[in-house]
Design a protein around this ligand. Structure first.
Ligand code: FEO
Length: 401
């Protein structure tokens, strides 16, 4: 049975407590996730999004307990990615003539994945659908985070169904933002933004401004993952504006990959140099070979500067560091300074390679980096310490964004 969130709207999704990886193995989801689907029961009954494929039977059973399937008049697909459309083919076998509302790119994605010619009804921004006591307003939101994405707004109840935007991979039976651990919730929102939405920050900022221009009331934001924002829903919108505009905290993050701990030792002494120069700066340090890459990327997103270290191997850098640098490059972070460091035994290319990668990722490289032959001795430890102090000197005065 669905869970009523208003007289007319029910949550009919799935809480996935055990999900640990998303997008294949690409994204860690330590707190599980939810796939939120919503049913609006008005003079016309409308289903908004479905759930991920493995849960299609459970989803259809829950939906059937909530409404006879042949009474669903319309299906809205806000976004065609399989975590939201995965149950659609099975559902549409049962209600094949039901119109499917989505964007033109939504049709391309659905056809491309499921090869079905359902009764697609293409909508653009400003299109409305009369469902009885209220209208649904559609607003395209391309690249938040796929080309097909759109929002649906229930005009009578002032509810925004925002799909991935404002969501989090956060399993909870509590359903609402005011009923969960606030620190956990905001951390998962931040991790979601940093790892998925960062490359589209300009579109996020533009879409929020466009939405604000419509001057519509907002009682709830119902995203497709995680909790529903009913207590001060604007708080997550305001947070998105901060994150979309060169966000940083007073933090320096050191990430390294190390073979025999010489690069690790460099990292630790550099960290001491930073802290000694400015104890207000939060310094965090991660071994990319051992720690979760998406957690590390979240910390990179928060940072003013990122220091990146690797041993040299076979005239290159360690594969763990190469992998995360590739991902960081794709995320297009802005407003970050950076520098490289690393130990070596004979050829010593790692610092040069990392520096080039940081420039390619559009970081502002502070200096030419720091190399250390073999394990740092007292003299090289002093150089690492000064390197850390030099990073602080290169950071301008701290201004909270
Ligand atoms: Fe939650 Fe882009 O799918």
């Amino acid at each position: 049975m669905g869970i009523k969130i208003t007289d007319k709207v029910s949550w009919v999704g799935k809480v996935d407590w055990e999900l640990q990886k998303f997008h294949g193995e690409e994204l860690s989801t330590h707190k599980g996730s939810t796939y939120n689907s919503y049913l609006i029961q008005d003079e016309k009954n409308v289903l908004i999004d479905t759930v991920w494929t493995p849960y299609r039977d459970e989803f259809i059973a829950r939906l059937q307990e909530t409404i006879p399937l042949d009474r669903i008049d319309y299906v809205v697909v806000n976004h065609a990615e399989p975590d939201h459309s995965g149950a659609l083919p099975a559902l549409m076998k049962l209600i094949p003539d039901t119109p499917v509302f989505c964007t033109a790119n939504g049709v391309k994605s659905l056809r491309g994945m499921y090869h079905q010619d359902w009764d697609y009804r293409v909508v653009k921004t400003g299109a409305k659908l009369d469902i009885g006591s209220q209208e649904l307003l559609f607003v395209e939101a391309p690249m938040l985070h796929w080309p097909d994405t759109m929002f649906t707004y229930a005009m009578g109840e002032s509810i925004l169904f925002s799909n991935d935007a404002f969501g989090q991979h956060y399993a909870s039976e509590s359903l609402y933002n005011d009923r969960v651990d606030q620190a956990e919730l905001m951390h998962e929102c931040l991790k979601y933004y940093a790892n998925i939405l960062t490359p589209f920050s300009r579109q996020v900022d533009r879409k929020i401004k466009e939405w604000a221009g419509l001057d519509l009331p907002l009682s709830m934001i119902c995203p497709s993952h995680g909790i529903i924002w009913r207590d001060n829903p604007l708080q997550i919108v305001q947070q998105y504006i901060r994150w979309a505009n060169n966000y940083q905290e007073n933090q320096v993050t050191i990430i390294y990959d190390t073979m025999w701990n010489s690069t690790k030792k460099m990292a630790e002494v550099i960290a001491r140099g930073i802290s000694a120069a400015d104890s207000d700066i939060t310094v965090k340090m991660y071994n990319v070979g051992k720690q979760d890459k998406n957690d590390i990327i979240t910390e990179v997103f928060k940072s003013r500067a990122v220091l990146v270290g690797s041993s040299t191997i076979n005239r290159g850098i360690l594969s763990g560091m190469a992998g995360i640098l590739e991902e960081i490059k794709g995320l297009s972070f802005t407003n970050k300074k950076a520098a490289a460091f690393g130990s070596y035994g004979w050829s010593g290319e790692s610092v040069k390679i990392i520096t080039e990668e940081l420039r390619a990722a559009k970081f502002e490289v502070i200096n030419e980096g720091l190399k250390c032959l073999w394990t740092p001795d007292r003299e090289n430890e002093a150089r690492c310490y000064e390197f850390g102090q030099g990073i602080v000197a290169a950071l301008e005065g701290w201004q909270k964004v």
